[in-house]
Design a protein around this ligand. Structure first.
Ligand SMILES: Cc1cc2nc3c(=O)[nH]c(=O)nc-3n(C[C@H](O)[C@H](O)[C@H](O)COP(=O)(O)OP(=O)(O)OC[C@H]3O[C@@H](n4cnc5c(N)ncnc54)[C@H](O)[C@@H]3O)c2cc1C
Length: 468
């Protein structure tokens, strides 16, 4: 046993004394199920795992872990678990927040109080019966706190901006073990920092978020054979230049293996897909989509649907998968960029290449916004690869980075924090001009860097001298 391991064990025994059986360590039967991340390519092995069931328990755990000189990593689902692997997990207690999934909708104020471990499907299921929805992302099993406090790109975004703009209040346990309710009037600096700084500033026990009065939405997808990718991509790029802010769409080149659980129009095929939402009356939405429909897609599901149905439009995987991703932000998509994008979709190992149309309200920072309130640029370029075995991680990482790299001539100095899922991405590009103030506030709220996060914020002195 090394000296470091002995030291860690001493801290662990302090923690065991404080938390008893709630502290789950390697060898306990619950260790593997509780440490498992949504991203199955990430084999996170924290020093211990805890699964609090109340805000009071979160307070107790944060105090005990900080007193033991260890770190806490709040995690709702592990969709962004690869980002966390940049932290030394041998001194991290993973806080699995999956027990905090309660959602309460207040139809009068059009808000919801959402547990720190709740996922979008939980919120939409409660909001939809009231004719309400939220600025959710493409997948129902993504955590609300991780998504919203990282910005959050939704199919409502070109009209309504980053989802973080709909956060009204955050109940959070900070590194000193104090439960705060941070909003524009109370703990305003903390509220500012959380909206972008996310789990680097504390454990979010619940969020109060605004809901949108939308019972239905004009949404769907158009699909073509993959061989038409060049023509469709160029046409979509041209269309996006004039598309109104009410239309938020994405274009993907996807390669599906032949699997019986896939619908026949996807199984074993390469396809190009445009999907999204157009927040207009049916006639107007159809007129807006006309140039895309003129390309005669093989499948066209765009129609008025219940707003809750928007969670299914992007066809995200129904459960955990082993994946690796890379992305960049582009400010233009001329024909040469379209062709580079099509090439990216043919790189071996790339499961899909995606362009999300941003701009519009995504780029507008609202008065009173937090650390991250907007994202510059016009498109997000995003590539995803599957990692069938741990040995494939290196080559698949190289593949998705090569795919994104093909669009480098059009990239700008920005990243979407929610799309970062790797330990070595430059978070400064995600925090933008907020980075300096975030670090200063980290020094106030978490000077000992108790919180390990997928997108870390280091206090200034630790930035200069990394943790020993
Ligand atoms: C299939 C898929 C679809 C996606 N679609 C979109 C999309 O449409 N738009 C988009 O913007 N992003 C999208 N994402 C990215 C997603 O928003 C981020 O990965 C987000 O961080 C996931 O949050 P999580 O809580 O589920 O993940 P986790 O890995 O559990 O959390 C990520 C980080 O968030 C913080 N965090 C989470 N919960 C808490 C909490 N309660 N308290 C404190 N900190 C917390 C922590 O720092 C944690 O490390 C998608 C990802 C996947 C895999």
């Amino acid at each position: 046993m090394t000296a470091t391991e002995t030291f860690a064990d001493a801290r662990l025994s302090d923690l065991r004394e404080a938390l008893g059986d709630r502290l789950v360590i390697a060898g306990d039967p619950q260790y593997d199920p509780l440490r498992a991340a949504w991203n199955l390519a990430v084999d996170q092995r924290p020093l211990a795992v805890v699964r609090p069931e109340s805000a009071a328990e979160v307070v107790e755990i944060v105090r005990a872990v900080a007193a033991a000189g260890l770190r806490v990593a709040p995690q709702a689902t592990g969709h962004a678990a690869a980002g966390l692997t940049g932290s030394d997990m041998s001194e991290v207690v993973l806080m699995n927040l999956s027990a905090l999934r309660g959602v309460e909708v207040d139809r009068t104020t059009r808000t919801a109080q959402v547990g720190g471990g709740a996922v979008w499907a939980d919120v939409i299921a409660e909001a939809a019966p009231h004719g309400l929805t939220a600025l959710h992302g493409s997948a129902g099993d993504v955590g609300v706190a991780g998504y919203m406090l990282g910005g959050g790109l939704s199919f409502y975004g070109r009209a309504h901006g980053l989802a973080v703009g709909d956060v009204r209040a955050v109940e959070v346990v900070t590194a000193d073990g104090v439960l705060h309710r941070a909003d524009v009037e109370n703990d305003a600096d903390l509220f500012w920092a959380l909206r972008g700084g996310s789990g680097a500033f504390g454990v979010v026990v619940s969020l109060t978020i605004a809901l949108r009065p939308l019972a239905t939405v004009f949404a769907g997808m158009l699909l073509w054979e993959g061989s038409r990718a060049k023509e469709v991509t160029r046409a979509w790029a041209q269309w996006t230049r004039k598309a109104p802010a009410s239309a938020t769409t994405a274009l993907r080149i996807m390669h599906f293996p032949p699997l019986p659980e896939l619908p026949p129009f996807l199984s074993g095929r390469s396809v190009v897909v445009i999907d999204g939402a157009v927040l207009e009356a049916d006639d107007a939405a159809s007129r807006i989509l006309e140039p895309l429909r003129a390309l005669q897609p093989e499948v066209d599901t765009f129609a008025r649907i219940p707003a809750a149905g928007l969670l299914a439009v992007h066809m995200d995987p129904p459960g955990p998968v082993p994946g690796v991703t890379a992305h960049s932000v582009l400010d233009a998509l001329p024909a040469a960029a379209c062709d580079a994008f099509v090439l990216s979709g043919s790189i071996s190992g790339v499961f899909f290449s995606e362009l999300r149309h941003i701009g519009g309200a995504f780029a507008q920072r609202a008065v009173g916004a937090g650390a991250v309130g907007s994202i510059p640029g016009q498109y997000v370029m995003h590539a995803i690869g599957l990692v069938p075995s741990p040995g494939a991680l290196t080559v698949q990482t190289a593949a998705v980075r090569a795919a994104v790299g093909l669009l480098d001539p059009w990239r700008i100095d920005a990243l979407a924090l929610t799309f970062i899922d790797a330990p070595d991405e430059d978070r400064a590009l995600g925090f933008g001009s907020a980075g300096r103030r975030l670090r200063a506030l980290k020094a106030i709220f978490d000077p000992a860097d108790v919180f390990a996060a997928a997108n870390p914020v280091s206090p200034p002195r630790l930035a200069a001298a990394p943790r020993a």
